[in-house]
Design a protein around this ligand. Structure first.
Ligand SMILES: [Zn+2]
Length: 457
């Protein structure tokens, strides 16, 4: 049993003062008032950790290396070409080094769990590794060493486009038959069982990369192993994807999904950028979550999701760092709100009548939605939930906010450096005073890996 005393803490039912958390086996077993004699006192305000609902870990290795203008014009599709070239050479050892660096950065940035949308499966040649899940194992290892909670989502990728069109050479490391994919998923369940704070779902890549029969078979297999297993899918990120879907299926992507697949609260539709009113209503009725990745969507020129309408109508939004052009929960939420302000020419939009603070509302809302999207016992601090929490630096919060109603607003909109000082995951401190035990070794290995892969020359 571990006891933590906080003078100021954001619990599931609101701000509270002078509380002791009794943590047993990583889970909050009891919350009592006042300081228990043997409790460790935390120095600063405590808030719940954030769930990162969408990550492609290897992409951290080329973040910032695709920002050069070209005469022919750049787009999501030209960016994808550069990304394919980069991933072509990554070994499983290098994938682990990149993911470890990334996950340490995530922890420092307030993410205590990551949903890894993992699609780099095979050897450089496209041949299957001796161990089918070798690359997934590298990612699990990175999570273990860093201490972040992980929801592994092996990606099903079968085709290069609607039709279905045969996959191309750049996709050779992603492709699996249905049988092989289901075996990979089973292998990931075995790997998750061997480490703490890990679970498994699946990620059919997109409607352009899977057909209906494969999608149904994959969902049915993973749900036979865990009836609440998360299912994530990229959807409607680009206008071209919507047009291709309409040309092939006669329906927009989200509408096709709603009409053909039974969605539920552990489905997470990543991006869903280009969505119409009836698709919004259908998604909310299905309880499916949307996974928005504001900095990546801005970086790739995707478009802006109708967040205001979706949330006002009762929809749930989780956030992800996706391509890792930014690794900061604070920055994702800031941009989520600011993009709505710029479109609407209004202020303080994503708040509610009950929670007037935009920052607090967004933090709590997205952490809870992220927890559902990963089927993890996280996202808020309450009895029965995992002790995944952040301590905000007392010296810093003193500079901008003395009252609770302003603390998270100030953190998201006005802090010039992260106030996140200590991070606990599943009852264990992983960041102490802004530092991670493995950070130096990890950074050195990461820099060497970038050099070997031809970036960072
Ligand atoms: Zn993605």
């Amino acid at each position: 049993m571990r006891r933590l005393f906080a003078e100021n803490i954001l619990l599931a039912d609101g701000w509270q003062q002078d509380k002791t958390l009794h943590i047993n086996d990583g889970v909050i077993a009891k919350i009592t008032s006042g300081k228990e004699p043997d409790a460790e006192q935390v120095e600063g305000t405590v808030i719940p950790g954030m769930v990162n609902c969408h990550s492609h870990a290897f992409q951290r290795g080329f973040a910032g290396f695709s920002e050069q203008g070209s005469e022919s014009g750049d787009s999501f599709w030209t960016w994808r070409k550069i990304m394919y070239q980069f991933l072509d050479n990554i070994s499983s050892e290098q994938a682990e080094i990149i993911a470890q660096q990334l996950y340490i950065e995530m922890l420092k940035a307030g993410y205590t769990r990551v949903a890894e949308f993992h699609y780099l499966h095979h050897q450089k040649s496209g041949d299957v590794h001796n161990q089918l899940a070798a690359m997934a194992k590298a990612i699990f290892n990175a999570a273990k060493v860093s201490g972040i909670g992980i929801t592994m989502l092996p990606v099903m990728y079968r085709f290069s486009g609607f039709g279905p069109l045969a996959s191309n050479d750049g996709q050779k490391r992603f492709i699996n038959s249905v049988e092989q994919f289901n075996q990979l998923v089973s292998d990931c369940f075995d790997l998750a069982a061997q480490q703490n704070n890990a679970n498994v779902g699946i990620a059919p890549h997109s409607l352009r990369a899977v057909d209906k029969a494969s999608l149904v078979a994959a969902v049915s297999h993973v749900r036979s192993l865990d009836d609440k297993a998360p299912v994530h899918i990229h959807i409607a990120e680009q206008q071209k994807e919507v047009q291709d879907c309409v040309a092939h299926y006669g329906k927009r992507p989200v509408q096709w999904l709603l009409d053909n697949i039974e969605l539920d609260q552990h489905w997470c539709l990543i991006h869903a950028t280009h969505i119409d009113d009836s698709e919004i209503a259908g998604m909310i009725a299905s309880k499916a979550i949307t996974g928005i990745c504001p900095t990546t969507e801005a970086n790739l020129g995707d478009g802006i999701f109708s967040t205001t309408q979706f949330m006002a109508d009762g929809g749930q939004v989780a956030i992800g760092s996706d391509s890792h052009i930014s690794v900061s929960a604070i920055e994702e939420l800031r941009l989520l709100e600011y993009s709505q302000r710029l479109i609407r020419q209004q202020r303080a939009i994503l708040a509610t009548v009950e929670t007037k603070s935009v920052g607090q509302n967004l933090w709590q809302h997205t952490a809870r939605a992220g927890a559902k999207s990963t089927n993890s016992n996280t996202g808020e601090l309450a009895v029965g939930k995992q002790a995944d929490l952040l301590v905000l630096d007392k010296q810093q919060t003193k500079l901008f906010a003395n009252q609770n109603q302003f603390i998270i607003d100030s953190m998201i909109f006005a802090s010039q450096q992260t106030p996140i000082k200590d991070v606990m995951v599943n009852g264990r401190w992983v960041i102490v005073d802004g530092q991670h035990k493995q950070q130096q070794k990890s950074a050195e290995n990461f820099a060497k890996t970038l050099q070997a892969l031809g970036n960072n020359r």
